[in-house]
Design a protein around this ligand. Sequence first.
Ligand SMILES: Nc1ncnc2c1ncn2[C@@H]1O[C@H](COP(=O)(O)OS(=O)(=O)O)[C@@H](OP(=O)(O)O)[C@H]1O
Ligand SMILES: [Mg+2]
Ligand SMILES: [Mg+2]
Ligand SMILES: [Mg+2]
Length: 373
Amino acid sequence: MLRGGGDVAMIGRCEGAFEGVYIQEEHERREGVKGSAMSLTMDMSHEFEVAVTAVQAAKSVCRQVQRDLVDGHAMDKQDKSPVTVADYASQALICGVMGESFEGIAIVGEEDAEDLRKEENAGIRGMVVEQVNGMLEEGVSEADVLRWIDFGNAEPSEHERYWTLDPIDGTKGFLRKQQYAIALGQIFKGEVVMGILGCPNMDILDEDAAKPSGLLITAIRGQGACMVAMDQQVGDAVPLRVSEVSELKDARLCESVESGHSDQSTSGEIAKRLGIVKEPYRIDSQCKYAAIARGDAEVYLRLPTRKDYEEKIWDHAAGMIAVEEAGGVVTDIYGKKLDFGKGKTLSANRGIVATNGRFHNEVVKVVGEVLGL
Ligand SMILES: Nc1ncnc2c1ncn2[C@@H]1O[C@H](COP(=O)(O)OS(=O)(=O)O)[C@@H](OP(=O)(O)O)[C@H]1O
Ligand SMILES: [Mg+2]
Ligand SMILES: [Mg+2]
Ligand SMILES: [Mg+2]
């Protein structure tokens, strides 16, 4: 259904990186379920491949919208956070491709089409429909596009297995023409089992290239993570590993660009106590997880700025599994594992601490001391 049959995509795999049977075997082992492992294996591999293709298609739309960005491309949601033509088009494409390809699939996405249906948003709505159609072999109607966006509004409690989607993570970074991510993670019985993280403005091979190659990370629980340049073809993916820095004096701290999303003055205090001397690496979105997973930084802190804020599952699923499968550790500020079994938010957790795994407990301890936990 995608223009060019979806061959804009490569499949982000490295040697032995994906044997779909794993997830089924785990399921059978834990549950004692007898089923057709073979047919499920085929299904999961295919779903994973289609998901990668869908993320690649979304990336093309996001790049185009970001390049030609003007004021009329963005609006504020009811919670006052921004959303753009590209957030909606990305969710429509990924949900449309996945939903039309697999019966019974469920997606829990960030966006919904309620605001977009309003008369005053006819301009943005028209642009979303145009962007989506630009990626498809056969044209679809406005009603189809709105239905696809809302297909991403599944309720986690109603599904044992579902995908969670952030069609653009770091919308504020996207609007600044900086970093953002397209994040798709699969949750099975409350555990993140697969992740696809597209970072269209990160570089992988040639740092001096005029245009960033984009970075595509894929991770499968128990089978590692790998990365490839988003514009590259199949077969060039390489395994992803966290950095081997083992002393905090050599470590680099990674955090949000937006001070409203993570307390930067407290993280400065924590870094000082930990003996981290390098300047913090401030980068938008789940690109922070990508930075830890590929060894650009060793510590990612997301420190609550509000008492009542609950982190959203789509802001962390794909990034977390990328870091874990690359050899790192991800917890909340108490050192507790992230609990993806609580619905749309990580209500059992607060904040995030991700590291390359060499000094995680020490970091959590100092975070606790400074925050008075
Ligand atoms: N108060 C507060 N605390 C923590 N997180 C918040 C908060 N408010 C918003 N958000 C979420 O932050 C997501 C953007 O991620 P980052 O903060 O890492 O990126 S950025 O530096 O702001 O660009 C952003 O995701 P997107 O909406 O997809 O951009 C929000 O879900
Ligand atoms: Mg987000
Ligand atoms: Mg988003
Ligand atoms: Mg948002």
